[in-house]
Ligand binder design. Structure first.
Ligand code: ZN
Length: 171
């Protein structure tokens, strides 16, 4: 089926050859080479049959807002999104970890850390899900867990069940 690929929203230089569709149906054209260079775990329909799936639409569970930010992050030579103005970056943080958007990982983590006093539970969940033990001291006090070992026990339980994304994308 012929599918027209949306133009790149971020730049004029790249030639999108793949379509990402957000949860609300908004579509984004992206270049596969950018995806492969800057993402470690993006769904790859082309891995089965390159020719017939080159123009396949990749449907993502993330919102258009999050997909738009990710598309910006996988662009070389383009200023990164204004991550410090995002008040609740949890969905973005989940997405960049899930798809391993390399240019976004550390800066998004830094943004999440900066919110530890205000949103300690969310930061704790993020830290636990993605193994960011170095964030734990930041949330220990706000959450009110004086006993650090109780957090360690919680983490051991969480680590025993790897995130679904690991199973889904590292087969
Ligand atoms: Zn572009």
């Amino acid at each position: 089926m012929e599918v027209s690929i949306p133009k790149c929203e971020v730049c004029n230089a790249c030639e999108p050859d793949r379509t990402l569709e957000a949860s609300d149906g908004t579509r984004f054209g992206v270049s596969t080479s950018n995806l492969h260079r800057f993402s470690g775990a993006f769904p790859a329909p082309g891995s089965v049959n390159t020719d017939s799936t080159a123009y396949e639409v990749v449907v993502l569970p993330e919102t258009a807002h999050v997909v738009r930010l990710m598309v910006q992050f996988i662009h070389p030579g383009v200023r990164q999104p204004a991550i410090w103005q995002i008040e609740t970056p949890w969905q973005l943080a989940e997405a960049v970890e899930k798809y391993m958007i390399f240019p976004a990982l550390e800066v998004v983590k830094a943004r999440v850390r900066s919110l530890a006093a205000k949103y300690p539970i969310q930061v704790f969940i993020y830290a636990a899900r993605h193994g960011h033990d170095d964030l734990l001291p930041d949330v220990e006090k706000p959450i009110g867990l004086a006993d650090y070992h109780s957090m360690e026990n919680t983490l051991q339980i969480l680590y025993a069940e790897p995130p679904w994304v690991i199973k889904a994308f590292h087969r």
